[in-house]
Design a protein around this ligand. Sequence first.
Ligand code: FES
Length: 129
Amino acid sequence: MNEEPEVLIPFKKHVFVCNGTSCTANGSAAVKERFVKELRARGQMRKQKIEGDFMCTDCSSVGFCEIGPAVLVYPDGVWYAGVRPEDVPTIIDEHLNGGHPVERLARNRVPAPELMDDAQIDKPDTNKS
Ligand code: FES
């Protein structure tokens, strides 16, 4: 029997903070700590069975090593670079809650497929023989 995983507590967005070697050397732990602190203070941090709008976890290197710390927000697929702890309230206010990415920090867009239009999605070429 193939059962779908069950999501008990849905959330709106997932923030990933890179904890790779270069980002760590450039202060990514303080960036993640600020996200957790700010989201908890606002009652918006989802963790295990605690309800909240946003989840924040570590991720490993995404290739922004020269310009880290890297922060990714999904399902929007906005990749931020050079994020400092003092940028975190702005990302929360403008992007997570306001729906508008912080353009001065955004360096790449890789949205989840369901948020992409048809022209952005690589589809198998069915015309090949
Ligand atoms: S170490 Fe963070 S992007 Fe490479």
